[in-house]
Design a protein around this ligand. Sequence first.
Ligand SMILES: [Zn+2]
Length: 104
Amino acid sequence: MLPSEVVYNVGKDEIFRRDNFKCVMCGKGTVDGVEVVIQNGQTLCDVHAVMIKGLEPAEIGKKMFLRFYEYAKEFDDKDLLKLSTQALEFYEENGINGHIVWER
Ligand SMILES: [Zn+2]
């Protein structure tokens, strides 16, 4: 059994519900008329499912935290802003995925 299978050994419905039937990258979902799929244990729209194919998990993570960061700023979610800022700082301090730019 692969490690990813252990982590994501949950039902499809559970994943969709956890992610609110919305793409974790762009936030679009079935209510916006966008088809969503499950890939690597997360909900993604068609566009992002194709886009992240071939990306390393760390890259996916950084993009996800970037999305959280933008969301937190937009909705003034201080806890999420703190979490995503810390995560993105960790990426930058350790020189991980420097090609994915974080615009503060
Ligand atoms: Zn998307």
